[in-house]
Ligand binder design. Structure first.
Ligand code: TYD
Ligand code: MG
Length: 478
């Protein structure tokens, strides 16, 4: 009586293992049934689900993390987090983004638009490893060894200990890695890899996923870090790399700022450190150079007394940055005035100009408004709100703001200013760069903000802030 049921369950388990997996070509969502389009409400992809070969469920790779010690039970309190080994690089900006260094066995995705500097950054990381006397395997399906040599010459790097391999078959690439056992493997780029087991061409989501899974398995099994470059398109659509984001340990984006040679490296996922950290680099004739004091570099090209410019300290991850927000307002000739936001969210600009009009009598409704973040940085910190409104007020009244003044605070729809986190670090950064006056929300008053040489001016509303900053009866009293 029991025998047939056992054999039946064995058959069904085998069927379970061999069952195909279907997933979304845009977000990588997995389903066990083909149900047309991606069911994930957050995705809304218009492309149908595609089938991956059996046995390639993402879960399969994670077993590789099990190390010998972890197979027995361990009490959490007995573990020592500082034991996590890391390869610390001689580049503070990179270490910051990676959470202290590269963790052996981790897979790090370096995503970015073509031409942004991914290959340059990866070759520089190879150079750091080579300086430590460690072997690096550099797998390039995009460039010939001669092209990589030319780049190395620009970096003034002879290339000891870096072994190049032009291979696009992921299984053969993994065989080379296995034979060589490097201290770091670099894959440039994931889009050029393919597996012969899959019928679709290189660069397709199915191939990217499969190549990613195979690299993950190898990295985890051998405890060797793998650095993978992935291209994203101009509109930020990381269709290919997106599917990798779910499986890799660290996801970083290299981005160019809107003008100039600055590059920022953001981590958006990090299993070994905090996200939202930003590294700032500059593309020079000898590769990417660290920018250790970005506030200083950003303010270097600034002139005092310019109308429509306001300074504000923002937090980029754990680091304060002093940036300049520029605004230009001019009477519009169009039925619907233009609003252009470079470096800040467009909808935020719409909201702030409405708040300034309604709550602070700043008549912006008939004005074209252009906002720019000097240096081309893109800012997500909502505490820039106040500086943005002050820059618009300065431009509208054609009066410059005090060049030694900074302002920060998030603005609500009622024109009220909200309290801000890490106010002291912001004030200190402003003081470090020679600022003497700070306008900030009243609600941050309780904190111990006293900084020698800095006059703090607490305000409750946008209207009060404009009056404090522009210093006369420009706006009506509260
Ligand atoms: P690259 O690393 O090839 O970009 P990606 O791999 O992301 O496609 O870098 C491309 C650009 O960087 C290219 O336009 C040349 C420039 N560059 C420099 O300005 N200085 C340098 O030292 C190097 C190596 C490249
Ligand atoms: Mg490249």
């Amino acid at each position: 009586m029991t025998r047939p049921s056992t054999s039946r369950s064995r058959t069904s388990r085998a069927a379970e293992r061999d069952r195909a997996v279907f997933y979304c070509q845009d977000c990588g969502h997995e389903s066990s049934r083909w149900n047309g389009f991606c069911p994930s409400p957050a995705c809304g992809s218009q492309r149908p689900l595609v089938e991956a070969p059996s046995g390639s469920r993402a879960g399969a790779v994670y077993t590789g993390w099990r190390s010998a010690e972890a197979e027995s039970l361990q009490e959490l309190s007995t573990l020592d987090a500082s034991n996590q080994p890391r390869i610390t690089l001689p580049c503070e900006e990179l270490n910051r983004v990676l959470g202290g260094g590269i963790v052996p066995g981790s897979v790090v995705l370096l995503a970015g638009e073509p031409g942004i500097g991914k290959s340059t950054l990866m070759l520089q990381i190879a150079q750091h490893m080579s300086a430590r006397g460690e072997k690096v395997l550099y797998l390039s399906g995009e460039e010939s060894p001669q092209q990589i040599k030319l780049r190395a010459q620009r970096l003034d790097f002879p290339g000891d200990q870096v072994f190049l391999l032009s291979e696009s078959d992921v299984d053969l690439a993994v065989q080379h890695m296995e034979a060589m056992q490097p201290a770091l493997a670099i894959v440039d780029s994931i889009q050029t890899l393919y597996s012969r087991d899959i019928p679709s061409g290189p660069g397709s989501v199915v191939q990217i996923r499969e190549a990613g899974l195979r690299l993950m398995r190898w990295a985890k099994a051998r405890h060797v870090p793998v650095l993978v470059a992935g291209h994203v398109t101009k509109d930020g659509n990381a269709a290919g790399p997106r599917v990798l984001e779910h499986m890799v340990d660290v996801v970083t984006y290299l981005e160019a700022q809107e003008s100039g040679t600055l590059r920022t490296l953001h981590s958006v996922k990090n299993r070994f450190g905090s996200t939202n950290e930003v590294g700032v680099f500059e593309m020079t004739a000898q590769g990417l150079a660290e920018v250790p004091d970005p506030s200083h570099s950003l303010l270097a090209q600034r002139y005092d007394g310019v109308v429509g410019a306001a300074l504000t300290p923002v937090m980029e991850g754990s680091r304060p940055l002093l940036i300049e927000i520029q605004a230009l307002t001019s009477p519009s000739q169009l039925p619907v005035p233009r609003r252009v936001a470079n470096g800040v969210d467009h909808n935020r600009l719409l909201m702030l100009s409405a708040v300034a009009s309604r709550r602070a009598s700043l008549e912006l409704s008939g004005q074209d408004i252009i906002i720019n973040v000097a240096g081309g940085l893109r800012i997500n910190d909502p505490t820039v709100d106040l500086a943005l409104i002050l820059a618009m007020a300065s431009s509208y009244h054609n009066r410059p703001l005090d060049p030694t003044m900074v302002a920060f605070g998030e603005v609500g729809l009622g024109g009220e200013l909200r309290s801000v986190t890490q106010a002291q670090r912001r004030v200190l950064e402003a003081r470090r760069l020679g600022m003497e006056r700070c306008i900030l929300p009243e609600t941050t008053r309780e904190e111990d903000l006293g900084v020698a040489g800095m006059r703090l001016q607490f305000v409750r509303t946008v209207r009060q802030a404009i009056r404090t900053a522009l210093g006369d009866s420009r706006t009506e009293a509260d």
